[in-house]
Each structure stands twice: as C-alpha cells, then as structure tokens.
Design a protein around this ligand. Structure first.
Ligand code: GLN
Length: 553
C-alpha cells in the first residue's frame, strides 16, 4: 500500500513549497522508491490556462495536454515521476466534477451536496487516484498558505485521509518561515508557532517542520520550535536560502537528515541514497568555465516566473556546456522604441519565447531580424517561431504585410494562420492544440544533428500554425521546414540554411529539459552562442541579470 506525504505551507507564500516537494520526490526516488507527485491549487479557475502570466507565471504543459501549475515543472526537472492531468487539481476542477455529478442526478442519491463530505471526498479520490499498486509514496502539495479560507477543504480532506488509511501511513510536512529581525539581530520562531497552531486547530499535527531561513537556526531556537510546535527535535529541518542554485535544495535537506526521517517514520524499505550524478551537476554549476549572455525577448519580462521553464532550460544548457548563462531579459516593446542594436548589441544568442497577443510583436520581429542579419544564434519558441516566419516573409520574400491572422485578420499574406481544427472553437479553456505530438525530422539540419534521431515528441500549446501555401517560397529562399507532423501537414520546425544557428520551433522544448540532461536544442543553442561569443563587446545599455545559477526559487 502506498504511503502519503502531505506538504502544507505557512506564514507567507512563495516559500518554495514546490521546490521542496520536488526535492523530497527526488531524494525518495534516489533511494529506490517509486514516487508520485501532485499539487492542489485552491483557486477557482479550472486550470491556470486561462490566467494571465502576470497572475500566475508560466502555464506548464504536460504530455497529456494538461495545462498545469508551474510547480509541476519543478517536479519533472527534479524527478522521473510520470505526470498526468491527475497531478494537478484546483478548487474549480474539484467543484466542476462535483457539480457535474450532481447534475447527472445519480451519484448523491438525493442528498444535499456539501463541502463535507462531498467536496472532501472528491479531493480524497484525487489523492487515491495516484496511489496505485506500483507506487510506494504519493507526495501531495497543498498550494496557498494555512489560514487561507479557500484552502480549508483541502486541509480538511488531508486530515480525514489519515483516518481513512491510518495515521501511520501518512506524514505531514509543514514549510514555514523563520524570519531574521535585523533590529533585534535575532531569528524569530513565533510566526512558525502560530502557523502550526492554525494547522493543529484544523486537526493536523505536522510530523516534520521545514524552516526556511536566511541564517542558520541555533540549537536552542530549534528546541523552542520543537517544544512549542509539538514536533520531534530531529524533525525540525532547516532550509537555508541557496547560495548558487535551486538544485542545491535536496542536498541541503539531506545534510539535515530529511530523507532518513521520512523513510523511518513511514517504515519504507529504501536503498541507500545515490546522489553522485546530482552532486556532479551542482559542482558544475558552481564552477563554470565560460560565461555568456543570452537575450530573452518577450513581453512578460518583469514577472520572474512568466518564462520559468525557458530560464531553467537555459541554465541546464549552460550546465552541459560548462558555462554560466547570464539571461538578459529584454522587453520587446523596448526593442521597438530604442532599436535592436541598442538593446541586443553584444549578445551571444537571442531567444524569443512563446506568447499571445499583439503587444511587443514589432520588437520581437526586429530582434529576430537582428539575429538573422548579424549571424547571432537564434532560438524561436512557438510565438518566437511564428515571428521568425513573419520576419523572413517581410524582409526576404518581400511580402510586406505578411502577418499572423492572430494580429491581422485581413492581411494579404497570412503566413501564420489559425489551424483548421481551431476555427470552430469558441471556448478558451483547454481548447488549444495541447500536449505531446510526434514530429518527424529532416535528415539534415541543426535540429536533426541536435536530437540525433529521426522522430521526436514535443509538447505544444498553440492555435496558429505555419501556412503551407507559402512553404515552397520560404524553402526556395533558405528558410527550411526541418520538422513536420508525421503526415507532413504541420510545420513544427524551421531553420535557416546559411546561418551559424537559427532554429525556430512551434512546440515548447523547455518543458522537457532537466538539469542532469539538458534539452538537445537548448544545449546546441547555447553551444552555438558560446562559439559566437566575442570578448570585449561594447556595453548594451541593458542591465545584466546574473540569475542563471542563483536567484530563482
Ligand atoms: N499565440 C500563438 C498561438 O496561439 C503562439 C502561442 C504560444 O507561443 N504558446 O499559436
């Protein structure tokens, strides 16, 4: 029977609960256990697919087409756990199911449908769904912070869960903040005490406390936390802010004995911990041999999580190239107003990520033109591919008003247009071309040599596509389709045949990159950018942000 770990958060949001869950998953996996990971989000949207990136950050897409919370990206980067749409439930998704059952009229046998037991049962079913016979541990992360009204049904459900399956089969971890007060020169444990107090009021006694802190927690403060929170002293785990990288988190948890506590407390039959590959990877992050600058030109640059997986995949590519990637975040609209040379001069590579809507398109197109005409490695992703096609059509094919019908429905040259299957779609939620689709690679080109195979599977999230009526014209002039759907109908990859490295893809390769195994296209893009790198470049007027190895979490 599967064991269960529930992870809640207290005091403040953004403590890195997703990273902690991913780290725990990784540690258990590296002890030979079969793990599943799942996140509950207390908001009412059925999934994050309809939310603005400003609200929510990136929408993370799974193989099965589920549009999910970006914490699932951490799960996939840290572990090999299979993820499906059963791994992310929102309040909206739970209620939708309850309401559909009620409308069908059979399930609830005429009863009044209520939060307890019907909504909590629905939540518990979602947990059970992952606990199949071939699984040792299910880790369930509860989004939000203890004390939020909207999180209550989830907390109640995980409380009941231990009664259903036995308390000995469940373990509750609470992640809290132990803030440092400068004026008092002290770490403060009171917020943790209050947060655990709130949990206990609901009926949940945490077994393990993970305390986020900027400074080491002295022994007597740990004693205090243990005493007031009724938690075993050894189970008060310190999680210090990372110095170099988020990928250090599991190593620091091991140093504080977390994996052993979990294994003992849940009576798991586990192997010794195997972390050689992970430690090697972290060493590489700490000791890069090169440094390079990649401009990411997009429109949600101020939100640090809007292109989360792209930034992570660039880091991974850096790791595999022994390089530290300095990501320079460039607002596309600023490229329009200040010009490409001012914003992008001196960059070693340029990447335009996915996106929606008209704002900033001109700047993205200018950035791509700059990369194309200055032989700077270019990597276009989804909208970044569509813009590359528009740019080439306008400048090389001479189709001046070439456009995507997303931005101009009356353009004479719709080089990007709505996919036929999308034409009748009216509802916005979950209706794009989503999830993993096969793509056949041409025998030559950058993509083929990066992947080294003739067929790939990549994840998608788009409504518009390359218009095949123009394919011949593009190819005759040097922009070649080097990847298509197996029937040849959907162009998935285009590349320039006379450029150091210019690849643009309709899919989202960033969702399949790991720190221990960079995605081939990211790896080769960074390798090409390293080759392009010249020393003593002129200043760019763009603030450098050395986020590559440190600041994300
Ligand atoms: N807006 C474009 C489309 O829907 C691109 C989407 C994306 O970049 N994810 O096709």
């Amino acid at each position: 029977m599967a064991k269960h770990i529930f992870v809640t958060g207290g005091v403040v949001s953004s403590l890195g609960k997703g990273l902690t869950c991913a780290s725990i998953g990784m540690l258990l996996e590296q002890r030979g256990l079969r793990v599943r990971l799942q996140k509950f989000d207390p908001y009412i949207n059925v999934d994050p697919g309809t939310m603005s990136p400003y609200q929510h950050g990136e929408v993370y897409v799974l193989d099965d087409g589920a549009e999910t919370d970006l914490d699932l990206g951490h799960y996939e980067r840290f572990t090999h756990v299979p993820l499906t749409r059963d791994c992310n439930y929102t309040t909206g998704k739970i209620y939708l199911s309850v309401i559909q059952k009620e409308r069908e009229g059979r399930y609830y046998e005429g009863k009044t449908v209520q939060v307890i037991p019907h909504v909590t049962d629905e939540i518990k079913d979602a947990i059970h769904r992952l606990a199949t016979d071939d699984v040792d541990v299910v880790i369930t992360e509860i989004g939000g912070t203890v004390g939020d009204i909207e999180g209550l049904p989830f907390l109640e459900a995980i409380r009941q869960f231990a009664i259903d399956v036995g308390r000995e089969n469940c373990l509750y971890i609470h992640l809290t903040l132990v803030p440092y007060l400068k004026a008092a020169a002290e770490l403060k444990t009171k917020p943790t005490q209050h947060s655990v107090g709130a949990l206990r009021q609901i009926g949940i006694q945490p077994d393990v406390l993970i305390c986020r802190t900027e400074h080491p927690i002295p022994a007597d403060e740990k004693d205090k936390i243990a005493l007031f929170c009724n938690v075993d002293r050894k189970a008060v785990i310190e999680e210090r802010d990372r110095q170099f990288s988020i990928y250090e988190v599991p190593l620091s948890l091991v140093n504080h004995g977390l994996d052993e506590i979990l294994v003992k407390r849940l009576h798991l039959k586990a192997d010794p911990l195997e972390l050689t590959e992970w430690r090697d990877m972290v060493e590489r992050i700490k000791n890069p041999k090169h440094e390079l600058r990649i401009a990411v030109v997009g429109k949600y640059m101020k939100h640090r999580d809007a292109y989360k997986s792209v930034y992570e995949a660039l880091d991974h590519a850096g790791i595999s190239n022994h390089a530290r990637v300095l990501v320079v975040r460039v607002e596309a609209e600023e490229v329009e107003s200040r010009g490409a040379e001012a914003m992008l001069g001196g960059m070693d590579g340029i990447l335009v990520p996915g996106g929606f809507g008209m704002r900033g398109i001109g700047g993205k197109i200018e950035a791509i033109r700059f990369a194309r005409t200055h032989n700077i490695p270019y990597f276009g992703i989804c909208l970044g591919m569509q813009c590359a096609v528009i740019e080439f059509a306008r400048d090389v094919l001479g189709l001046e008003d070439a456009n995507s019908t997303e931005f101009d429905q009356t353009t004479e040259h719709p080089v990007i247009w709505l996919m036929p299957a999308q034409q009748s779609v009216r509802e916005r939620g979950g209706t794009m071309r989503l999830g993993a689709w096969p793509c056949v690679l041409a025998t030559e080109g950058f993509a083929r040599s990066a992947y080294g195979v003739d067929q790939i599977n990549e994840r998608h999230r788009h409504r518009y596509e390359f218009n095949n009526a123009y394919r011949r014209d593009f190819e005759d002039n040097g922009l070649i389709a080097t990847g298509t759907s197996p029937d040849g109908e959907i162009v998935e990859i285009v590349e320039l045949n006379d450029h150091p490295w210019f690849v643009a893809v309709q899919f989202h390769p960033e969702f399949q990159s790991k720190p221990t195994k960079a995605h081939p296209l990211f790896r080769e893009f960074v390798a090409a950018s390293l080759r392009h790198r010249t020393d003593g470049r002129p200043g760019t007027g763009v603030e450098l942000e050395a986020r590559s190895v440190a600041s994300q979490g």
